[in-house]
Design a protein around this ligand. Structure first.
Ligand code: S3P
Length: 435
């Protein structure tokens, strides 16, 4: 699949975006571990999150689709999973793989997991290591650090007090989920806070989880099924908000977006760059939710580093596009984690943005972007990475001539309907999807 993108002068309107990817995964997993059913609305029906639903089904939970984005997950309780009859394929989804490893660490049977070519390259030792410390057996490729991996759990697992070498919500969540099967509290400390959706949802399900500073502590206990309404995904909304700021006549409101403070780093960066994103219709439903509005602005370069990075880690591709058109230099540092995402996002962004005429220098832990570039349309490729594909399409909205984004089927990983959404806001067919 390729996208053909034409430049636009106007990008305006009000939209919603599909459900939050992180929260959808967690609703499926915790729902399956709960006692009693969990009814989910707003579930992200994209490839990644459907993998998690298929995984809990393979482990014996009953999943019923009630309507678009509506699922009932029949909880089996902490003791109800059974050995799956086949390999669990996590597709492109790091969250499915890592969170599931945590759950499987507490299951007294073997499960074999795999994923697509991108996921099989990604590091799993960061989860396998501490799970082994807790008593689970994890074996597999590359010394048991890469998929395919086989996990055999133990009961009970040993308690754990663990300092993560990198801020990672996936690793933190995996260890907290394993903690549900431990003989005592599990404490996880991060170098900087990452998204806390797991902690929040575990609390909603009745599990004692306490957060103090950078440390989360879970005391094992049963989960009770809970209705979950998944908010819109800020990481999807970010593509539309950035597009609104860089198009000449841009003004976009995205309603019903999750604005958990551990996720809103990109909004702060846009504000620093000169494009404040305003909030309205604020409400709280287990997670803070708001409507977000962004409009055209003369952007300025900025520096993104330190504790801000985990709070915008998935937004770096689209922020890099904003930085290319902004006046002045933008530095993105302390973001080496980007090298082990769905693609090496530092290398992919540097190479593909350069094809559009941007001046981007690759650094070990980030990018230096000389702004003020007038982009010219070109043929670029996503390298199979959904967020790179969408970021490049946004760049195409402000490039001269046509931009062709190759390898764009991956957008279905997280944002089904992305092209339609851009076309609606452009008021014309500016993005064409070619098989
Ligand atoms: C996610 C955590 C982040 C993020 C990913 C989703 C999650 O990864 O990049 O898209 O749902 O926990 P890390 O935790 O590996 O940083």
């Amino acid at each position: 699949v390729r996208l053909r993108v034409r430049p636009v002068t106007r990008f305006a309107g009000e939209v919603t975006v599909p459900g939050d990817k992180s929260i959808s995964h967690r609703a499926a997993l915790l729902g399956a571990l709960g006692e009693g059913p969990t009814d989910i609305t707003g579930y992200l029906e994209a490839e990644d999150c459907l993998r998690t639903l298929a995984a809990v089904e393979a482990l014996g939970a009953e999943v019923t689709r009630k309507g678009p984005g509506q699922y009932r997950v029949g909880g089996v309780g902490r003791d109800g999973f059974r050995e799956p009859a086949d390999v669990i394929d996590c597709g492109n989804s790091g969250t499915t793989a890592r969170l599931l490893m945590g759950v499987l660490a507490g299951q007294p049977f073997w499960t074999i997991m795999t994923g697509d070519a991108s996921l099989r390259r990604r590091p799993m030792g960061r989860v396998a290591g501490p799970l082994r410390q807790m008593g689970a057996t994890v074996v597999g490729r590359a010394g048991g650090t890469k998929l395919p991996l086989a996990v055999r759990g133990a009961r009970p697992l040993a308690r754990l007090d663990y300092a993560l070498p990198v801020a990672s919500a996936q690793v933190k969540s995996a260890l907290l989920l394993a903690g549900l099967f431990a003989d005592g509290p599990v404490r996880v400390t991060e170098p900087a806070p990452s998204r806390d959706h797991s902690e929040r949802m575990l609390r909603r399900f009745g599990v004692a989880v306490e957060t103090t500073g950078r440390t989360a502590t879970l005391v094992p206990g049963p989960l009770r099924g809970m209705p979950i309404d998944v908010p819109g995904d800020l990481s999807s909304a970010a593509f539309l908000l950035v597009a609104a700021t860089i198009v000449r006549e841009g003004r976009v409101t995205v309603r019903g977006v999750g604005v958990n403070p551990t996720r809103t780093g990109a909004l702060e960066v846009l504000e620093t760059m000169g494009a404040p994103v305003t909030r309205s219709e604020a409400r709280e439903d287990g997670e803070p939710i708001a409507a977000l509005t962004a409009a055209s602005a003369g952007l300025r370069g900025t520096t993104v580093s330190g504790a801000l990075v985990p709070r915008l880690i998935d937004e770096v591709p689209v922020l890099a596009v904003a930085a290319v058109v902004a006046r002045g230099v933008t530095e993105i540092r302390d973001a080496a984690e980007l090298r082990v995402k769905e693609s090496d996002r530092i290398a992919t962004l540097a190479a593909q943005l350069a094809r559009l005429g941007a001046e981007v220098a690759e650094r070990p832990d980030g990018l230096t972007i000389a702004g003020g570039t007038r982009l010219r349309g070109a043929e670029v490729t996503s390298d199979g990475d959904h967020r790179i594909a969408m970021a490049l399409a946004v760049a195409g909205l402000v490039a001269d001539g046509e931009t062709v984004v190759e390898d764009a089927a991956c957008i279905a990983t997280s944002f089904p309907g992305f092209a339609d959404c851009l076309n609606r806001l452009a008021g014309a067919d500016v993005v064409m999807v070619e098989p």
